[in-house]
Design a protein around this ligand. Sequence first.
Ligand code: ADP
Ligand code: MG
Length: 815
Amino acid sequence: MSDAKRRRTGDEDISELRRNARQTYLAQREAQQLALLRRQVAEEAEEEERLGSKLTEAERRDFARNRETLRLAEARNAIDEHLDGYLLPDVDGNRASALTKRHNEREKGYDKSEVQLWEEEQMNKIKSQVKKPERVNADDYEFVFSDEMAINFQSDGMPDPDKALLERQLKEAEQKVKTMEDVRKSLPIYAYRDELLAATESHPVLIIVAETGSGKTTQVPQYLHEAGFTKNGKVGCTQPRRVAAMSVAKRVSEEMGVRLGRECGYSVRFDSKITPEVTKVEYLTDGLMLKQLMSDPLLSEYSAVVLDEAHERSLATDLLMSLLKELVAVRPEFRLLVTSATLNATKFSDYFGGAPLFNIPGRTHPIERLYSSSPEANYLNAAVTTVFQIHLSQGPGDILVFFTGSEEIESAAEYIQETSRKLGSKAGPIIVAPVYGALPAEDQQKIFMPTPPGHRKIVLSTNIAETSLTIDGIRYCIDCGLEKQSVYDHKRSMNTLVVVPCSRASAEQRAGRAGRTGPGMCFRLYTKYAFYNELQMETEPEILRCDLDGPMLTLKTMGINDLLNFDFIDPPSTTAIAASLEHLYALGYIDSMGKVTKLGRRASELPLDPKLGKALLAADKYGCVEEMVTLVSMVSEAGTLFFAPKDKKVAADLAKQRFSEEAAGGDLIAFLKIWNEFTENEYSQGWCKENFLDYRALNRVRNVRDQLQRLCDKVELPHSSSGISDHVKILKAFTSGYFTNVARLNRDGQSYSTVSQKLSVFIHPSSCMARKQTRDRWIVFYELTSTSKEWVRSVAPIQAEWLTEVAPHYHKAKQ
Ligand code: ADP
Ligand code: MG
């Protein structure tokens, strides 16, 4: 701040107040950093214990350095406690300093000193407090954001800061810091604690309906634990989304004052933090709970299960509802609690023969809904524009934007950061926090960090923040009105992810996120007409729109043979059930009498899609289990593996080509080459960067691969290896699962025709096979996507003769 300005404020007390506030702010930030580092070191210690000699030298060094940094920081902390916070030693090149830097960069958003930033924040805060907010009317909602616009939003005269105002702000900030216990007691569900527990004494099934943020997920399992339900088993709380399971478990372990993975933990596919016998409250995905039920039909480890987010009607939750209904009948001491965020839960209560239904009133403030006056051509741009429109004209409060997927979120994040940099001091500082399924755990936590004073947090989320995660402090919601849904595509006999308009119920949930702290505003990037005429009332249950192969196999292995008469809450159509039974028969998972085969039983133990499971099991026959474990782990990351910066497209392309050479083994063998080199280079981040490969994606592959290898032992698959030069064995094994994804070259020499649906498809330009001068006659592919054309991705060449060998039933029927 310049001296002139300082003179103008002319009040030493205010400077003092500011200094104090700044110190509090810095201390909070440093505390967060230290907590992060502690967590990281703890996680690394666990990893070290788990991986032991498998750790590379570089990793070992990193871990040791971080441990040392933490030790120094703790020591320093002890000395500096009476001062204004503490500093982490900045050891060059180590992860702790990277962490610190990353943290700072994120919070700042642009290159300014912390002092400058703080001064600016305060100025902006005062401005925004004093300025009358310019309301955005639905009529003039169409708005194109530009720098000139931004300047118009600036108020001319700078009002003198008001000491009382600053004092009030500081007091408010202090009051916010309540103890965990107070926070727990302040949740709406707390008033019903005793009543709920009393009802569980006499009723085996309870239905609980309460608004998002009431405490269903975090509190109900704890109440059961506190009331002694966990003396003879644990409480499992299912979540349709893995991110939710992980982050809620983290939160609850903090509330319980225990280390994550001890009394409170989580299990999600390919990752779990629980301690047998010790863990009493377990958050797990509904899919994993299904698997538990398969291996132990009585769920003897659990004394109670909370089926959370039942309103979402995810496939696994639906199946669990039916299966646990049966379990309750045979285990009288077992308790089932079904929770939902939407009111129409009488369906659940009826399904469970009139189970008691608790309607817990929420605490939402009024929300103003604003609609776009005409449909938005580009909702991504419209969303970013609206973010700044709010940021520049409205009072404090964080913004939550709903998008459909990670790619959109990442580009919106970039766009927002860029615009914020351009605006510089014309707008208050912002923190951009993305959240989506594949986000690494440490980044997920960022959305929950309290927004520092004067900043505005902008959370960019998929529909995960609709009801699964509660983020405090949101006052503005921007809703694109769309969501990504997994839908069974009959044309291709597979599940595809498609972007569709969300339901009205979802849109209302999204709007509701803005009214938790005070009155809120929800900006809908679609017209009022669309809301009332184009959106469905409710989202269709997943079981009615999804591939049933996996679920039907699951039910079959549990001994449920008459699937057509099974007690589904919403039964799928007879044709859909029949079609998947046919496919299971072609895969060799059930016999002609409809009974599960040995192969089917083994496949059901693998947490994989039935096709991928078959590829892995078939690899045993071809002696390439090791290679298939890698391939199975790699294909699901195929879309995120490569990155090509705009200015280095050519270099990136060349690097990519190196792995596929003449494309003889197609993309599938290229994936194996990439993996082999990654391991030869000791999982090095530098090597990934040189080769334009995403390090995080490869790390996920590594994690999945480790788990799969352990699973192979469980299903007694010997670790055979063929080496990757023998393409035939590997591709035959893969085709054993993917025989429906086979296509034959058409006469035009460019397009292919799929055997399953006679669909005309093209090799996607990202495939190494697209470079070949002459196309192979037969191909197998992992996925099919459609944009302007139908594209196949992750492709490899095969021979027609293989088909009768790998899938005799299927290909004879098709000839
Ligand atoms: P519900 O399941 O009813 O939607 P939750 O149990 O998820 O509600 O959340 C209850 C409260 O706990 C929220 O209002 C929020 O204040 C707090 N909370 C939940 N998760 C977190 C988190 N990860 N970090 C901080 N606070 C959280
Ligand atoms: Mg919840």
